[in-house]
Design a protein around this ligand. Sequence first.
Ligand SMILES: [Zn+2]
Length: 111
Amino acid sequence: MSAKKKRSSKRRKHKICNRGGHENALNTGECKSCKSKKFAPNWVVAKRAINRQVSVEITASNPKFGKSEYRLTLSKWWPGGRSTFHAPNVGQWEQIESIIQADGRAEDENR
Ligand SMILES: [Zn+2]
C-alpha cells in the first residue's frame, strides 16, 4: 500500500464563465469577455460551448470518490433537466473517437 494521502492539488486559478467558457480571475463578479454574471461550478476547469444547451468541459472529478482527476465531460441542458457524460480518461475518449471516425468512413464508402 503506497496510498499517500495528498491534499487536493486541483485548486483552480480561474473561474469559467458559464456562457462562453471564458477564463476570469477568481475574484471577479462579471465575465470580462461577455459580461455574463453566471459562472460554472468550481469543478469545471475549462468549457467550450457548442450552443446554449450543449457544451464540452474539462472537469475535476469529486475527491470524495477517490483521487480527483481531470476528465472530459459532455453536458446537455434542457428545460427541466441536465445530463452529463464523463469520459474518465483519454484512453476511453480515444476509443469513442475512433468508433465515430471509423463509422463515419464506412458511411462515406457506402455513398
Ligand atoms: Zn464569458
